[in-house]
Design a protein around this ligand. Structure first.
Ligand SMILES: NC(=O)c1ccc[n+]([C@@H]2O[C@H](COP(=O)([O-])OP(=O)(O)OC[C@H]3O[C@@H](n4cnc5c(N)ncnc54)[C@H](OP(=O)(O)O)[C@@H]3O)[C@@H](O)[C@H]2O)c1
Length: 215
């Protein structure tokens, strides 16, 4: 597929390079494509946002929350296009530390859907660390990644793209369920940064084999 990844930082690189490895045509959209820090991503592969999204079937948002609205405005009309929102609406405040700036009554993904009018928006690839996204297949058990969004046809595409990165990609329900998936990201962040898990763990689904009931 033709994929534009907006942002070429930790998450943008993890998912963009992973999709490239899986055979997708990936370009990155960033504020300054001429910045030397992008040189390793390939000549012509890092573009201004409007150029990056021009031919993209799928657009992945991997921008800081505070820059997400501006990135979407630069992208222009995304009507009908598939947008994967990998962001988390994080804010930092003294005494409160890193926290979600939205929740319960809306979500970052629903804001994204408002900014990207008419696009088919999915929340995914926000629930674990960038290191895990870069190497999801390296875990002994496939890490889980939920995909929330409303249009079933587009969801199949997103589920496939998430699975291409090595995740167990599961239907996470409608876009409104981003209100659950953004706090789930905070569970990962809290465990990684405050409870000593470090950044190399991921959440996985485990199932009891049939007939193995506790006596
Ligand atoms: N890091 C993680 O483990 C992780 C995991 C899950 C979700 N997330 C979420 O994913 C998002 C990205 O996180 P990150 O850690 O990858 O951040 P990051 O490393 O700081 O990268 C952000 C990227 O976005 C680019 N950018 C900034 N403004 C932009 C704009 N207007 N248009 C296009 N690109 C723009 C930046 O370019 P410049 O550097 O040139 O400004 C940079 O390439 C955040 O919302 C974060 O909460 C992060």
């Amino acid at each position: 597929m033709q994929v534009a990844v907006l942002g070429a930082g930790q998450v943008g690189r993890a998912v963009g390079l992973g999709w490239r490895k899986a055979g997708h045509a990936v370009v990155f959209g960033v504020p300054d494509p001429s910045d030397a820090k992008h040189a390793d991503l390939g000549t012509g592969m890092v573009r201004a946002v409007p150029d990056a999204v021009r031919d993209a079937e799928v657009i992945a948002l991997a921008t800081p929350w505070a820059a997400t609205e501006a990135a979407l405005r630069a992208a222009g009309d995304l009507r009908g296009r598939i947008v994967i929102d990998c962001t988390n609406p994080l804010a930092f405040a003294p005494g409160q530390g890193l926290h979600l700036s939205l929740g319960f009554e809306t979500s970052g993904a629903e804001r994204v859907a408002g900014w990207a009018a008419g696009a088919r928006v999915y929340k995914a690839l926000n629930q674990t660390g960038a290191e895990g996204m870069a190497e999801a297949a390296a875990f002994p058990q496939r890490p889980v990644m939920f995909v929330a969004g409303d249009d079933p046809e587009g969801k199949q595409v997103v589920v496939r793209l998430v699975a291409d990165l090595g995740f167990e990609a599961l239907d996470g329900g409608p876009l409104v369920n981003a209100r659950l998936l953004e706090p789930l990201a905070m569970v990962w962040i809290d465990q990684a940064l405050k409870r000593g898990q470090g950044r190399d763990f991921a959440l996985a689904i485990t199932r009891k084999p049939a007939g193995k009931d506790v006596p």
